[in-house]
Design a protein around this ligand. Sequence first.
Ligand code: ADP
Ligand code: MG
Length: 333
Amino acid sequence: TRLANQIAAGEVVERPASVVKEVLENSVDAGATRIEVDVEAGGTKLIRVRDDGMGIAADDLPLALARHATSKITSLEDLESVGSLGFRGEALASIGSVSRLTLTSNDQSQSSEGNSALCEGRDMEVQVKPAPHPRGTTVEVRDLFFNTPARRKFLRTEKTEFNHLEEVVKRLALSRFDVGFSLRHNGRSIHNLKPALTQAECQHRVASVCGPAFMEQAIHIDHDRPPLRLWGWVGLPTFSRSQADLQYFFVNGRVIRDKLVAHAVKQAYRDVLYHGRHPAFVLYLELDPAQVDVNVHPTKHEVRFRDGRSVHNFIFSSLHRALADVRPGQDSL
Ligand code: ADP
Ligand code: MG
């Protein structure tokens, strides 16, 4: 099964960023309100994620590291209406097969003070021993790909790997304002985001994640036309980022990259004489979950809308209106 896990790992674990994505999603699924991410050497040496979620019972620790052992799906109907982020039950097993993984947790049952399970790239012979931990879970992933040199060769520089990893944290921070996030790299604090509840706090978070320059010129939109709602912040047509993309689009809280969405956004910008290269935006589309299929691809960045045309029209018209309102030189300004 070690081989099976490593094959599965190929699909799930491409680089440190993929580890962080899976582990963070688990923390969110566990109802964490604060998540601390500590990494060393771009995540290749160490990734430590600590949360204050519901924790894992001692007996369940080996199970959490076993393949296809998800606690999140109990029926086929669940699969259809899956609300949690992870549901394949193989992320931890896959990560454990290509790293030295320690899972320490406390679910505060039986007045337990915490337990720890270690798994070192071998068969799932997991030993559980007591280890002090407050309520919640810490996942420690050391020496990623230590036993798969071919994969290790594909890793880029520490800086590049860290950038990918940071992007994962940013996306999640923009999709879950209610959760606090911190990110440290080589002992240095990169992000420290308190849970944001009020509109001002959310705005503050977007500014910390996307940079104050974006927020200074961005316009806030909120177009609610049931059953569709589009809200967020759009950069003015004159604000463009040439180096890094600042384009975040969330559908029902999940970040997506979708052709239909990209097209609608681009059209709206083009229509108001957009002349920059990369429009910048942080947008949230909300619609009936039954109207969108998010399980098109395992990495879940693609979606399929039941009624693509009306979604396209809605995004286009919402943005078009907002952008046209502020077009420089327009009477309406
Ligand atoms: P999946 O998330 O698809 O269920 P994973 O391999 O990512 O599979 O995790 C396996 C199981 O371990 C989860 O179903 C969950 O029960 C448990 N688990 C993992 N991380 C955490 C966490 N941070 N807090 C609580 N439970 C967790
Ligand atoms: Mg998971």
